[in-house]
Design a protein around this ligand. Structure first.
Ligand code: B1H
Length: 839
């Protein structure tokens, strides 16, 4: 057993205020922190003071586990997973840490005894929005599962000063507000001002032969910045493992350049400082759209260099000087290509700075890295213009050329004379302007490559990485995404959690497959009634939130049909709006038509520079305005756009959904993870055969899933024959009426211009085939409404969905990564019997 307590040190056995978990101790510790950390007494304390006092109370309990984990890993020299990601979309910490510590109820009671309401304190926390959407949230779910499975792991990323912008809606349009998440301080991170690493940019290289006859390259940078580590503990569920999330902030090397000051260039020195700090100032808000900005490349290189230098530092701490076993200590996962520059950086560190022979360094590098691809969208595939790349990272460009030269030599051996193939495989794109293709760098430099759902992994092999697949098929595998049931069920849906646990015990939280024990209960009328009542309660709470937030009243008895995710044309939020307008037309045509009352709820952010996406938001809001005002349809149809969709709002929304809309064009959504969160909370899905929808449908049974739309193959055929969207529009009277109504200015106060770009694009080009899928979507929706009228049947399907969704736990996904790619084992963390020491 490891202990932080030096042998022979006297210890106290009483429950300590920093580690104890009784209600009384928690209450005392909380007051202590209010006094001595916040410097407040109750009469003047604000809610935020109370929140921080509680956060520090919880943090102490985390730190105990974290320090023991760190010490154990160090003592045992544990093999460690490093998850490199430009985004970690964590969501609020407090509630999650209480769940994972098993202290939620105790703290709730301690707060009650203090006259406070835990829920209100939870609401105080500003979520760290250090990600755009699914990719960043996946990294957060994986950190939770790694800790829960007791796998030694470090998450490396960027401590953006401003995360994803806050969205406001003004006159129906999105307005972006800077996310000042650090404004009131961040109690969950521990700055490590002494842990700083230099990162070089620009300048030039020169080479020479050293006195031992070795060819050496020196990189003389134009600029050096320093990375400062900020550490956040990530605790597993009801285990003592707390792993490390280490985020880097950029600083000027000297906060005050005395030399410049003395020579009179004060402002030059100030500018230098600002330029350095700009690197980690703000998250690029472009989900799936490469920006090609120099600062973005600087961000990527900055955090990768810090991460790799840090790993080498940790490796050497264990007394080993020679880096020949680096890949045995660490396995590094590249979360998409954003950290792909790591391949060249590790080569540089090994070859240039640690004087390792190229071949050996390349061996280690390839055995260290594995690469996850998250998208097939051409506009998201990272490539950097050669001159930009070379001026920022001159040494890396040389290294990439050398990697490429050796790689293409191997390809030549396997495919003599096949120059086309060489061109397609090359890390350098030479067609027109020359680029570095980051996906190729990642693929060449990794021993494993995976997609994030079965369909996506197959398409990856057939399209974007086809030539790589032909070259090294053994590297490829699929790892279907998953989500953590701790945040996405236990924390966000306490009612459902209680109901499930009453029936099947609590093991399902860690072994989600056990939800299957609910299957027989699908036929149990009493259970179904309880199930429905939990859902209804959740819908009432969301309805209340909607009323408070945007002043729209929605009926919790209506069908809640929800579409929340980033706004993107391929995700087809506007297809759903076409459907809404169709329903509206029907109700206008037949004012007394009996129809299931429905509430359509939308939410999501658009990239600030993505015009169409912003227009779609305006479109949703404009349609909502007209419909919600129309007395003819008002009690049967409501449309709501919830501003500022983020993790916190997701936690309110998923538990309240009846219907989950997963309606992307087949072949475009790599996996999706919202689809899993909805289904795990008892929503039924209407969806296309895209991403993980395919596997969700297989798991829950085709009869419990509302399928519509063209398949990937059918779309391919449609396009091969020349897709003519106008034929679909003209061939469907209802669809044509809907499009004409929009064009007439009906939803834009008579303005016929406003939505013209949207409608014209659909008529003429319709890249994402909305019109081709419209009929099938509308028909499918009719089936949804039919089933919904039979509430017993709906409840049964909902229970079966949850019972069969166990596969989509991130624990399952992480187990697969551990077995097939990382080859790591769990390490048990044992807390010392006495948690604290006295002198
Ligand atoms: C996903 C991204 C992404 N795929 C570039 N790609 C970004 C690409 O800032 N950028 O430059 C940011 C994000 N995000 C998503 O990953 C997929 O669209 C989802 O289908 C998938 O579920 C998720 C996690 O695998």
């Amino acid at each position: 057993m490891t202990s932080l307590i030096p042998p022979g040190c006297p210890t106290v056995l009483t429950e300590d205020d920093r580690t104890g978990t009784s209600i009384e101790t928690l209450r005392r510790a909380f007051m202590d922190n209010l006094f001595f950390i916040q410097g407040r007494f109750p009469e003047v304390a604000t809610k935020n003071d109370y929140y921080l006092a509680l956060a520090y109370t919880v943090r102490d309990r985390l730190l105990l586990r974290w320090l023991n984990s760190a010490k154990t890993y160090r003592d045992q020299e544990s093999r460690t997973v490093c998850y490199l990601s430009a985004e970690f979309l964590l969501g609020p910490h407090l509630g999650n840490n209480l769940i994972n510590l098993g202290l939620y109820e105790a703290v709730e009671e301690a707060m009650r005894q203090t006259g406070l309401n835990l829920k209100e304190l939870l609401d105080q926390e500003e979520e760290p929005g250090l990600g755009n959407g699914g990719l960043g949230r996946l990294a957060a779910c994986y950190m939770d599962s790694l800790a829960t499975l007791e796998i030694p792991a470090i998450g490396y990323g960027i401590r953006y000063e401003y995360g994803i912008f806050d969205q406001e809606i003004r006159d129906g349009w999105q307005v972006e507000i800077t996310d000042k998440w650090l404004r009131y301080g961040n109690p969950w991170e521990i700055p490590r001002p002494e842990l700083i690493l230099p990162v070089k940019f620009g300048g030039h290289t020169y080479s020479y032969t050293d006195d031992q006859g070795r060819y050496r390259v020196i990189w003389e940078p134009h600029q050096v910045v320093q990375g400062v580590a900020y550490d956040t503990p990530i605790l597993g569920y009801k285990v003592n493992t707390a792993n490390l999330l280490r985020l880097w902030r950029a600083e000027a090397v000297e906060s005050f350049d005395f030399q410049a000051f003395n020579t009179g260039d004060y402002y030059g020195a100030v500018n230098q400082k600002i330029a350095s700090e700009n690197i980690t100032k703000v998250l690029y808000p472009n989900d799936e759209q490469l920006q090609g900005k120099e600062l973005r490349l600087m961000q990527e290189y900055f955090f990768c260099s810090c991460a790799l230098q840090d790993m080498i530092r940790l490796y050497k701490q264990s007394g080993k000087q020679d880096l020949s076993r680096f890949h045995e200590k660490f396995t590094v996962q590249l979360n998409d290509t954003h950290p792909a520059i790591s391949v060249a950086e590790l080569m540089r560190l090994l070859v240039d700075e640690h004087l390792m022979p190229w071949e050996q360094a390349w061996d280690i590098t390839r055995q260290t890295f594995a690469y996850t691809n998250h998208t097939l969208l051409p506009e998201a595939l990272e490539k950097w213009p050669l001159d930009l790349f070379g001026s920022l990272l001159p040494r890396h460009l040389q290294i990439i050329y050398e990697i490429n030269r050796r790689f293409l030599d191997e390809v030549r051996l396997q495919y003599p004379g096949d120059n086309d193939r060489l061109r397609r495989l090359s890390i350098i794109d030479e067609s027109g302007c020359r680029y570095v293709r980051m996906a190729h760098l990642a693929a060449v430099g990794s021993h494993a490559i995976n997609g994030v759902a079965v369909l996506h992994s197959e398409l990856l092999k057939q399209t974007v990485l086809r030539d790589f697949y032909e070259l090294t098929p053994e590297k490829f595998s699929n790892k279907t995404n998953g989500v953590t049931p701790r945040r996405w069920m236990v924390l966000s849906n306490p009612g459902l959690t209680r109901l499930i646990t009453e029936r099947i015990g609590e093991d399902w939280v860690k072994h989600l497959d056990q939800l299957r024990q609910l299957e027989p209960l699908a036929a149990d009328a009493e259970f179904a009634a309880q199930w429905r009542s939990v859902k209804h309660g959740n819908k009432e709470r969301l309805a209340q939130y909607i009323r408070d937030r945007i002043g729209v009243t929605v009926d919790p008895h209506s069908l809640f049909s929800i579409l929340v995710k980033r706004i993107h044309e391929y995700k087809r939020q506007h297809l759903c709006v076409l459907k809404v307008i169709t329903l509206y037309q029907m109700l206008r045509d037949q004012p007394h038509l009996e129809m299931v009352p429905q509430t359509f709820i939308f939410g999501g952010k658009a990239a600030p520079g993505y015009y169409m996406a912003k227009l779609i938001i305006k479109f949703i809001n404009s349609v909502a305005d007209v419909i919600n005002r129309d007395p003819v349809v008002r009690d049967r149809l409501r449309v709501v756009f919830l501003p500022n969709y983020n993790v916190t709002l997701g936690q309110r929304v998923y538990p309240a959904a009846d219907l989950s809309q997963q309606i992307s064009t087949a072949g475009y959504e790599a996996s999706g993870t919202g689809n899993m969160k909805f289904a795990l909370n008892g929503a039924l899905t209407i969806g296309t055969l895209d991403g993980a929808n395919v596997e969700i449908r297989e798991a829950v049974g085709a009869e419990n899933f509302f399928l519509f739309g063209h398949t990937v193959e059918q779309l391919q055929e449609l396009r091969c024959n020349g897709y003519r969207p106008w034929e679909f529009a003209n061939g469907h009277p209802m669809l044509k009426r809907v499009l004409d109504l929009i064009s007439s200015g009906y939803f834009s106060h008579g303005d016929t211009e406003l939505f013209r770009p949207l409608v014209e694009h659909l008529w003429q080009d319709d890249r994402y085939c909305l019109l081709a899928d419209y009929q099938s979507y509308v028909d499918c929706y009719q089936r949804v409404l039919q089933v919904y009228q039979d509430q017993a049947q709906w409840a049964k399907m909902s229970i079966l969905n949850v019972a069969r969704m166990g596969k989509f736990s991130s624990d399952r996904a992480i187990r697969e990564y551990c077995q097939d790619i990382w080859h790591v084992q769990p390490v048990k963390i044992v807390l010392p019997a006495t948690a604290y020491m006295t002198s």
